[in-house]
Design a protein around this ligand. Structure first.
Ligand code: ADP
Ligand code: MG
Length: 488
């Protein structure tokens, strides 16, 4: 872990320290809602997934979905957090047309998950621990549709009652880059766990962004909360905007109002929505329709036993077992499918070479063509075949790239392709010597010069490689050239 987490921003009156805390809302992966059996499937026709409980018909009672509880516990364990065996559901009362009950069932005083930590890794190689304050379960609201009719608004209750986990960080985040790294990491952990699909464009994850600034060493400053930011890039933009806005206000002698703001992705600015004075009094009280939630330690232990290997542990294993650099290991564990693909390619092979090919050639090509591992034309077996041919010295790195292209677009067994198209590297020194002799004979000027300018050797290597269509073994070419040119 790197040292104290500090990030100072230069202002007209000196340095400012940025302080950020995030509340991430993550939709729980489960077939049905938190308190009803209605489906949670994305993209269904409007109001086709609404039970009598969800639309709050009189006399309907909520029944807690055990799988959602298990998902919250798994998530808590993945966030290295304390699991509270006793928690309680409370009503948070407010009126809004997309909230048929007139209250949201949430957990206020007694959340199911307590304090924990998430490790973030930054581009410069530093890493920091960000504290988790709590995680609680709550219901999502419905969706108001204002663009369907000139005179009316409509409401879609499909989301109503879907289980959300609200993951609250401590105010430990110090820059927009760290905030992006934090959300990315939380999303990775949730995806590994299978507790949230993390698809921000479908609304499965969104964040409330709390930002304040202070002079280094001062108490925490007054924060603003920018609600419902739905992409990692927007989270970064909202923070950058708020930081410079707040510094401007304070340096002009003004004060920051504790207020709720909204981010406008089109203009990249945040705007005031409501101030603290207008803040709701939600009149929380224990939901009388639900008993307090008491879970057994054995339930927690059972879930813990079945957790998958998580990204931090996987990264450590890739570093220690495969000798990968922390950077490469970090790239490979960024999602489970990538890590799994790499492990298949690396199995029984030179792991560093495999990592290099998976990250640079394979991921590079996937990115370029907008494909994913699942839809990729090359299997781990095929890529492994290419790596084998390089390891055996059958093909050079350059020919391997051509081979990769062929396998990508035409498919087939790499070893067979190399055989059939005679792409094998020429290690036969006699054949290489013949080419070298020819080049030397045809370029007396260069031969003269190379005696004083040994850097020119590269030019000769290039000529031989060209002549042999890239198939000559570069090491052999080098040695033969040096000997024949009388160098070193
Ligand atoms: P609320 O429920 O009103 O939103 P919380 O106390 O639960 O308030 O805090 C919400 C989030 O705000 C947390 O992520 C916390 O880390 C963050 N936070 C609290 N104080 C500050 C501050 N001064 N600057 C930045 N973030 C803060
Ligand atoms: Mg809040």
């Amino acid at each position: 872990m790197s040292g104290e987490n500090k990030n100072l921003v230069q202002g007209a009156t000196g340095d400012w320290e940025v302080v950020i805390g995030l509340e991430v809302h993550a939709q729980v992966t489960s077939n049905s809602k938190l308190f009803s059996g209605a489906s949670t499937e994305f993209g269904a026709p409007q109001n086709s997934q609404v039970s009598l409980v969800d639309c709050a018909l009189p006399g309907m009672l909520p029944v807690l979905n055990e799988e959602c509880v298990a998902q919250a516990v798994r998530t808590g364990l993945g966030l290295k957090s304390e699991i509270n065996l006793f928690s309680r559901f409370d009503r948070k009362n407010y009126f809004y047309p997309d909230l048929p009950q007139g209250y949201q069932i949430s957990q206020f005083q007694y959340p199911i998950v307590g304090e924990g930590t998430v490790i973030i890794d930054l581009k410069d190689g530093s890493s920091y621990e960000i504290g988790i304050e709590r995680l609680h379960l709550e219901q999502d609201a419905g969706k108001s549709l204002h663009d369907q009719h000139p005179d009316f608004s409509y409401v879609d209750f499909n989301r109503t009652g879907v289980a959300l986990m609200e993951i609250v960080s401590k105010p430990d985040i110090r820059s927009s880059e760290q905030a992006r790294a934090y959300v990315t990491k939380v999303r990775t952990i949730l995806r590994y766990l299978g507790t949230c699909d993390g698809n921000m464009d479908q609304g499965s994850m969104r964040a409330d962004v709390n930002v304040s600034v202070r002079k280094p060493g001062d108490e925490l400053g007054t924060r603003t909360e920018t609600k419902n930011v739905n992409s990692i890039r927007f989270i970064g933009q909202a923070i950058d905007y708020e930081v410079s806005r707040q510094i401007d206000v304070l340096e002009d002698g003004g004060e920051i109002n504790q207020e709720t703001r909204l981010f406008d992705p089109k203009s990249g600015v945040t705007r005031s929505m409501r101030s603290k004075e207008e803040a709701h009094d939600y009149r929380y009280f224990p939901c009388p329709d639900l008993l307090p939630l008491e879970i057994e330690q054995s339930f927690v232990d059972g879930l813990k036993k079945d957790l998958p290997e998580l990204p931090d542990e996987k990264k450590q294993r890739f570093i220690s077992d495969f000798g990968l650099s922390p950077y490469d290991a970090g790239v490979l564990v960024s999602d489970r499918a990538s890590a799994g693909f790499f492990e298949e390619v690396a199995k029984g092979r030179d792991a560093k070479l495999a990592a290099n090919w998976v990250i640079n050639e394979y991921f590079g090509r996937l990115n370029k063509e907008g494909k994913e591992i699942a839809t990729s034309p090359i299997s781990a077996d095929q890529l492994g075949g290419v790596v084998d041919l390089i390891s055996k010295g059958d093909i050079s790195g350059k020919i391997a790239k051509d081979l990769f292209d062929i396998v990508w677009s035409e498919g087939g067994d790499p070893a067979k392709i190399v055989e059939e198209r005679s792409m094998k590297q020429v290690t036969d020194t006699g054949a290489i010597e013949a080419v070298v002799d020819e080049i030397i004979a045809n370029n007396p000027d260069q031969v003269e010069k190379v005696k004083d300018k040994p850097q020119l050797l590269g030019w000769f290597v290039g000529q031989v490689m060209k002549e042999s269509k890239g198939k000559a073994n570069p090491q052999a070419v080098n040695e033969i050239l040096k000997a024949k040119l009388g160098l070193g």
